[in-house]
Ligand binder design. Structure first.
Ligand SMILES: NC(=O)c1ccc[n+]([C@@H]2O[C@H](COP(=O)([O-])OP(=O)(O)OC[C@H]3O[C@@H](n4cnc5c(N)ncnc54)[C@H](OP(=O)(O)O)[C@@H]3O)[C@@H](O)[C@H]2O)c1
Length: 264
């Protein structure tokens, strides 16, 4: 069994609202963020939060101003650390130089590798955690999403281009690689996709999402799937030989002002 420390991190996020943007008084941003934090703490029944993220940078609010507020909240003992979500290296650097960042929550999976270029090296060097969201590529890498799968109700996968019928078919070679490894390791495809990133980076924490208890336990089981160096290299080489078709979609990866782009 892989050895790891089980630690519970209570993390939550906020989004900069209209009031904080329009009211440019000196204390407006602090008051606004503190209000969001206190509301979250009330709902979570806690008097502090381990990790408080800014969900998306607002184009009218410099990240340095947010960092200063976060620094103040840390000093006040209301949060232990702060983080950013879906940010570029440039933004992260500005933030880090103002008040050190604990974690960055960015899109990362076998089929969404942008973070590998700059974010991972920068974070690794500075001891910043990278929390990988959509690590199973919205279910794609589990191999259980097929052309017949229907996404209903509020399931955001309706809008994920990577899950279109055409892209599912075109990405089959990636699923074949995963199936080969999962057969060999007595694991599932989803577990291999998570074990791969846990092996690859010491500072990555994948956060797979599921509404299904069995799958949550299955995904947690990825901690116990150990890839040898040889297996990892073989897997990397096989993946490097595959082309990725489609992406997760702009609404999660490129938006700046959350609501404005969501409506589009
Ligand atoms: N920071 C951000 O901007 C941001 C953006 C998006 C998401 N997130 C967070 O990231 C986390 C996960 O992201 P995600 O839900 O988009 O992506 P994901 O973990 O890559 O995929 C989740 C989807 O795959 C299915 N799934 C999960 N495990 C499976 C398994 N073992 N076998 C088969 N299907 C499986 C789930 O369906 P079932 O529910 O049916 O199992 C779910 O719809 C969530 O905590 C979410 O809040 C953050």
């Amino acid at each position: 069994m892989a050895s790891f420390r089980k630690e519970v991190v209570l993390a939550t996020k906020f989004h900069i609202g209209k009031t904080e943007v329009e009211n440019r008084a000196d204390t407006a941003l602090y008051n606004g963020i503190r209000y969001h934090l206190e509301s979250s703490m009330k709902r979570l029944k806690t008097d502090y939060v381990d990790l408080y993220y800014l969900h998306r940078l607002h184009e009218l609010v410099p990240v340095e101003e947010v960092a200063e507020v976060m620094g103040r909240l840390i000093e006040e003992g209301l949060i232990r650390g702060w983080g950013l979500s879906q940010v570029s290296l440039e933004t992260l650097q500005k933030a880090q130089e103002t008040v050190p960042v604990s974690a960055v929550q960015n899109l990362y999976s076998m089929v969404e590798r942008d973070c590998e270029k700059e974010i991972f090296p920068y974070c690794k060097e500075r001891g910043i955690g990278v929390v990988a969201f959509s690590p199973i590529a919205s279910g794609l890498l589990s191999g259980k999403v097929t052309a017949e799968t229907k996404f209903e109700g509020d399931d955001v996968r309706k809008f994920v281009p990577q899950l279109s019928k055409e892209n599912l078919a075109a990405n089959q070679p990636i699923l074949d690689v995963l199936a080969e490894f999962s057969g060999r390791k007595g694991a599932t495809n989803a577990q291999i996709s998570l074990a791969w990133m846990l092996h690859k980076y010491p500072n990555v924490v994948p956060i797979p999402g599921s509404k299904n208890q069995e799958r949550i336990l299955e995904n947690l089981g990825a901690w116990e799937v150990e890839l040898t160096e040889e297996e990892f290299s073989e897997l990397e080489a096989a993946l490097a030989g595959c082309t990725v078709y489609g992406h997760r979609g702009h609404m999660e990866s490129e938006q700046k002002g959350f609501r404005k782009n969501w409506d589009k």
